[in-house]
Design a protein around this ligand. Structure first.
Ligand SMILES: Nc1nc2c(ncn2[C@@H]2O[C@H](COP(=O)(O)OP(=O)(O)OP(=O)(O)O)[C@@H](O)[C@H]2O)c(=O)[nH]1
Ligand SMILES: [Mg+2]
Length: 319
């Protein structure tokens, strides 16, 4: 019996729906979602084990969600954070067997999409084009001309209309992906769905609620670091710091009489409890770290892969 497997990179501009697709395909919330661009900052693995079905071989798809690709010069792409996000995208592209380039079917193709396509072309890897958000297309007859138009841009291996949000077209997509992957091993144990540590996912859930509750520059100026994470059978104790860059942002995050921080904390605690399956005691602090997005050292501190590497020994000088 043949077994298909491989690494599949989800690539696209900010807000195209990459993380929504990852969660929908894996069937678990692995990545945070928000209507604000540049929500995802790290590459996120999602592992799917596909059982053998009629007309479909068994296999394992290792999806990699990536930060939204920003065209140089926009979205502070030159900051340390921006550079780090692009390096996460490049690492995901390296060595993957297939690229799922995702675009918003409602939006006109522009230079940001062209920049993403160039990246995919440079990788020299087969590309599927996913036309996402088709639930927003009132007139579905527009899809065929749209597909014909996209066919002129690149020799896409497949063009698949989907709705990541409404979970439309995903079964067909999975079958196409599996077919496109080579025969290979099971890379991860069958019960593993991600490589992210729980404490990092907890930090992300806190950041998701900051993204939901705040506006303009605040969400982009926020990062979350877990300072304490103690697990016991019936309770997880977490202390986390929400970093922002300025006094005004801190005031917004605290809110009148601390109301905003309380709201973020309660909502995040409920989500973390759902994830860990026990009660959670969550303490949140807000601190200012001026210009952290331009600090390479601090941006590296936010990278859990790097943190693990440091615990395990000195970092590889090549990385
Ligand atoms: N209507 C509709 N909305 C969608 C669909 N997929 C994603 N969205 C919405 O698009 C917004 C962005 O979704 P994300 O999954 O966070 O997008 P992303 O590409 O991961 O964005 P970044 O991490 O910022 O690069 C959210 O408000 C989603 O709910 C879809 O199929 N239909
Ligand atoms: Mg995302």
């Amino acid at each position: 019996m043949s077994f298909h497997s491989g690494f599949v990179c989800i690539l696209g501009r900010p807000n195209a729906g990459k993380s929504t697709l990852l969660n929908a395909l894996v069937g678990e919330k692995l990545a945070i979602i928000s209507p604000k661009p540049q929500t995802t900052r790290n590459r996120i693995l999602g592992i799917i084990n596909v059982p053998k079905q009629k007309g479909r071989e068994a296999g394992q798809i290792v999806l990699i969600d990536t930060p939204g690709v920003a065209t140089p010069g926009v979205h502070r792409s030159g900051s340390s954070l921006g550079r780090k996000m692009m390096s996460e995208v490049r690492q995901a592209l390296e060595g993957c067997e297939l690229i799922l380039m995702i675009v918003d079917a409602k939006k006109k193709w522009d230079r940001d999409d062209a920049f993403v396509l160039d990246l995919a072309k440079q990788a020299g890897t087969p590309v599927f084009l996913l036309l996402n958000k088709i639930d927003l297309l009132a007139d579905k007859s527009k899809l065929l001309p749209l597909i014909a138009q996209f066919q002129t841009l690149h020799d896409f291996k497949e063009i698949v209309p989907i709705s990541a949000l409404k979970k439309k077209g995903l079964d067909e997509l999975l079958s196409c992906v599996l077919k496109a992957l080579p025969n290979g091993p099971r890379y991860f144990p069958e019960d593993q769905i991600t490589d992210q540590p729980v404490r990092f996912m907890a930090a992300e859930l806190i950041r998701e609620h900051v993204l939901m509750q705040t506006h303009e520059e605040v969400p982009h100026a926020v990062s979350v670091l877990i300072e304490q994470f103690e697990e016991s059978p019936r309770l997880v104790r977490i202390a986390a710091v929400i970093y922002c860059e300025r006094d005004g942002q801190k005031a917004i995050l605290l809110g009148k009489g601390g109301q905003m921080l309380k709201k973020i904390g309660t909502a995040a605690r409920l989500d973390i409890e759902k994830m860990v399956g026990t009660k959670v005691f969550l303490e949140l602090f807000v601190k200012i770290k001026a210009g952290w997005r331009d600090s390479r050292t601090f941006v590296e501190e936010l990278d859990w892969r790097r943190q693990l590497q440091q615990i395990g020994g000195p970092p590889d000088p090549e990385s």
